[in-house]
Design a binder for this molecule. Sequence first.
Ligand SMILES: *Cc1c(COP(=O)(O)O)cnc(C)c1O
Length: 373
Amino acid sequence: MIKYLDLQCINARHEPHLTEAVQRVVASGRYLHGPEVKAFETAFADRCGGGYCVGVANGLDALTLILLSLKEMHGWDDGDEVIVPAMTFFATGLAVVRAGLHPVFCDVDPTTYLMDIQNAEQKINLHTRVLLPVHLYGSMANMSELDELARRYGLHIVEDAAQAHGASDSEGNHPGQMSIAAAFSFYPGKNLGAMGDGGAVVTWDENLAEIVRRFANYGAEEKYVHQCFGINSRLDEVQASVLNVKLPHLDAENALRRHQAALYAKHIRESALTLPYGGEVPDGSVFHIYPLLVPCPETMQKQLLEMGVETLRHYPLPLHHQPAFENVWNGEIYPMSEYIAAHELSLPIGPHLTDDEIVRVAESVVHAYRETI
Ligand SMILES: *Cc1c(COP(=O)(O)O)cnc(C)c1O
């Protein structure tokens, strides 16, 4: 069986260093607010191209904390608006609601699958405060274009970089460099994954970094003095020690994913199957997911499973069709998001796979498609 994801295999590549790092933390007696988190924050900010990094408990909190902090800094009202692509993981929209703001959905671009900038512009009104692009599948939105739009309307950009560790856009910008802040997740299956939950905020704004840190620590700047009703959201020492071991290998693992994406493009020769990004491997894209578009993904998923290939779908329901957003959605339609939801099939990709396995998956995909016609 070719597994979609194999965390045991992915993490075994970093042994014995992972076990040593965790044992060091166990022996240290220091589990929160310690040297591992501090070292990781410094190294990760560095890898993003500079600025401040605040470790938090998960990606959802990272996004929520950025939005809550901006809301406090600028005195935004409850219900002020944040524009979010309809095709993303649920957490992107949930963070907006958790921050007491209102998500307004927009469609995604047919070639990049990322926020459609023209469509986003149509959603801007006097209540709009934030553009929230998602670097979906590990491919980064064009930050210069977003920056131009944000400046024109006096908006902030907050990046959902939960799938884009180490990514850059076509001009070489990393997440957190061209926006007010970027949110990362270190969920185990992400390109940089912990052994449990973890997240981070990256920003060049010192004031924002301080407010996020305070909000994430019960609203306290000094112990037992609470400025506001914050939350408890911290990256812990065990998770940070794991991330410190894995971060130096991120670029090599991302390069391997790009190589695998190129192999897929070379071996999936079937015009009815739509390769992501026109079969190209865009500069700076880190292929957290390899999103193939196929006529009938459920059927193909079953066929592939019978051939010993596990796949997933990201995501079968766009945000506006999530039951939780029933009363948030204004009834607009987002054709490209619907199209991706109806046709996307994620092929296995990542450091647990060999070139031979990638080729076998590609051949199985083509074979499965030909069987159905
Ligand atoms: C994983 C993910 C999140 C949430 O991260 P968690 O650490 O699971 O809270 C948010 N947005 C996107 C696009 C994600 O893929």
